[in-house]
Design a protein. Structure first.
Length: 658
């Protein structure tokens, strides 16, 4: 037996008898004090603040039910918290089942008591187990309750779950109604833990956002908020509700669509209602915050499932309407990764997972939320086709990126035991950090030779590529993985692709596509831009991709040499930069490889003299860009033929004007 408890240890002494007297019966609120974790999840800081949440939620239930429009929350020195509302006030008349006790005393001293079971007093509420107020009372060293009801003020005090005074009639009171609860958590349960003013303020602010019909007046002892972002006093009232909440949480970020999708809708047969505010972002992580009857549900639940279904099904249906077959591949993962959303539902008799209510489990909530949101989402999409097209293109991009991440296998990241392999043709720059550095992508070894001689070796690297690279818009994943030119390019960049992409590992500050100033050069530049658009779109979004503007002609006369980018520029310079009597010698460069390194440096690579074009992806033109990319670079030649037919006249006119 000793082996079970450690060498040399003795087993605990146990009684040899086991009889009826060994059976304990815990009465009243004693079970809460013995096992607080069963009711509030533990005795840590989170559990301590759960006490405050229970009392504030009760006041919010009065507001949601339409009986209160103001809540005062006050935190004082000594860890005292006071919550006061201007609602109906807790009933104080004798309880029918316990005629010697008032309803107020029953509520605060008896588990599973309250006015939220039948649905008569509250249509929708956060507390349905009837343990909130009594649990807080059990775990408070002192609790003082005041009720102003029918112009009479009543008061009763409690300690550790037991009444220390009778219910007292304090006499008539004017211009006051509602309930005030002041309590101090028991140090026997929570030790030295104290309420956080910042945490309580954020909680109150979120409640005010969730129900725009309530005003929450916050105040605390100034000594509890020395500096920082938490005010000592504040009036929290947000007429815009969740839309205001979303705006404050996403300030400064670049959205996919200019205005969020926001609204509210009722469930059938008076079963409740939902309110939402949703937007999507180009970069960064999103979030989805859900609430049920103003109770935060960080683990989601059935209402979140209905929300997801409405969004995904709605966008897929819009894709079908637009005859966009790729929309069928869009999943919740693609739509929700960059989405910032707030969802608040009010339902009758909600079912939560546990007393801490982290997850809504009401089975009908999924159907109700999906039904309420789907119609609104469909109308929003069809009512603004331009932004709906951009959102659809955004989702398709993310879906294709997800599929590529699943298929791609790229070079592993450099580690302490494995050095990063660099392609043999890369002439790297000397600077170790990426700041101020540039990688020039050139076509062929000849151009690469000129560029290597013309570059600034400290900050400029050169990677020659053999001919025209693979068109990634129409190639299979297998071909992409096997293409040596693209593998060399990915290795040189160092940031990886797909799920291993990390912008922090990019080895260069800029990537400059430098191709010949002719039709073939333009085609190669288009193929490279397609690669970055499809495989490394984040580099484009962050403005890291540029197009060099090398000259096609050199013009010489009277000891003066100038360079022209194309035919139109040549004719313009001859007319404006030379005298009519001068004979201008025109030399046409067959390619970058035939340009003297000094000329290439002067015209194209010297940061002080050159011109670069930045490749950008305007969010408002996302759908147009995706459509154009599919037409010009995709697998269907008939789309390219149609584009040429539709635009031939315009292109000819532009050529004539030039």
């Amino acid at each position: 037996m000793n082996d079970l408890f450690g060498r040399g240890a003795k087993a605990p002494a146990l009684s040899d008898t086991y009889s009826a007297k060994d059976i304990e019966v815990l009465e009243g609120l004693e079970p809460v004090r013995r096992r607080p974790g069963m009711y509030i999840g533990g005795t840590d800081e989170g559990a301590l603040h759960h006490l405050a949440a229970e009392i504030i939620d009760n006041a919010m239930d009065e507001a949601v039910a339409g009986h209160a429009d103001r809540i005062d929350v006050t935190l004082e020195a000594g860890n005292w918290l006071t919550v006061r509302d201007n609602g109906r006030g807790i009933p104080v008349d004798p309880h029918p089942k316990f005629p010697k006790l008032s309803a107020l005393e029953v509520i605060f001293t008896t588990l599973h008591s309250g006015g939220k079971f039948s649905g008569k007093a509250y249509a929708t509420s956060g507390g349905l187990h009837g343990v909130g107020s009594s649990v807080v009372n059990a775990l408070a060293s002192t609790m003082e309750v005041e009720v102003a009801r029918d112009r009479v003020l009543w008061s009763q005090h409690f300690s550790r779950g037991k009444p220390t005074t009778k219910l007292k009639n304090l006499g008539p009171v004017q211009n006051r109604r509602g309930t005030q609860i002041k309590f101090q958590p028991d140090t026997e349960i929570f030790g030295p833990l104290a309420f956080s003013a910042a945490r309580l303020y954020r909680f109150c602010r979120s409640k005010a956002y969730l129900f725009k019909g309530v005003e929450i007046r916050w105040s605390c002892d100034p000594a509890l908020v020395p500096g920082g972002d938490t005010p000592a006093t504040s009036v929290l009232h947000f007429p815009g509700g969740l839309l205001d909440f979303l705006g404050s949480a996403t300030e400064g970020r670049s959205p996919v669509v200019p205005l969020p999708w926001a609204g509210e809708g009722n469930f059938p047969d008076g079963a409740g209602r939902a309110e939402w505010a949703v937007t999507w972002f180009e970069q960064g992580e999103g979030f989805l915050s859900t609430y049920a009857n103003t109770i935060p549900t960080p683990q989601g639940g059935t209402h979140e499932a209905g929300f997801r279904a409405a969004i995904v099904k709605g966008l897929r249906a819009y894709g079908e309407l637009k005859k966009e077959k790729r929309a069928a591949s869009v999943t919740a993962e693609d739509l929700f990764g960059g989405m910032a959303a707030m969802l608040s539902v009010f339902v009758r008799e909600p079912q939560f997972q546990g007393q801490t209510k982290d997850r809504l489990t009401s089975p009908e909530a999924a159907r109700l939320v999906e039904g309420a949101l789907r119609d609104h989402f469909d109308h929003w999409l069809t009512g603004d086709p331009m932004n709906a097209d951009n959102l659809l293109a955004y989702a398709i991009e993310r879906a294709e990126d997800r599929i590529r991440r699943r298929e791609q296998k790229d070079t592993p990241r450099k580690t302490a035991t494995r050095k990063l392999r660099l392609p043999g043709k890369l002439s790297d720059c000397a600077r170790e950090s990426s700041e101020g550095t540039e990688l020039f992508l050139v076509e062929g070894d000849s151009a690469g030779g000129s560029a290597k001689q013309a570059r600034d070796r400290e900050t400029q690297a050169v990677l020659p590529l053999r001919g025209k690279i693979l068109n990634v818009a129409s190639a299979s994943a297998d071909k992409l993985r096997q293409n040596q030119e693209l593998k060399d390019l990915i290795e040189a960049l160092g940031c990886g692709v797909g799920e291993r992409f990390d912008i922090a590992r990019l080895r260069y500050g800029r990537v400059v596509i430098m191709t010949d100033a002719d039709v073939d050069g333009a085609h190669i530049a288009a193929l490279l831009m397609t690669f970055f658009y499809k495989e490394l779109p984040e580099l484009v979004r962050q403005g890291r991709i540029f197009l060099a503007q090398p000259p096609l002609y050199r013009l010489q006369a009277g000891g003066v040499s100038i360079y022209a980018r194309d035919d139109a520029d040549r004719e313009k310079l001859i007319k404006t930069r030379f005298k009519a009597s001068q004979k201008v010698e025109v030399s046409r460069f067959k390619g970058l490889g035939e340009m003297p390194p000094s000329a290439l440096k002067e015209t194209t690579m010297d940061p002080k003299k050159r011109v670069l074009l930045k490749v950008v992806l305007p969010p408002e033109e996302r759908a147009k860009t995706a459509e154009l990319m599919e037409a010009l670079m995709g697998r269907k030649p008939e789309l390219r033929f149609k584009f040429i037919q539709d635009n031939a006249a315009r292109l000819d006119a532009e050529a004539v004007d030039a």
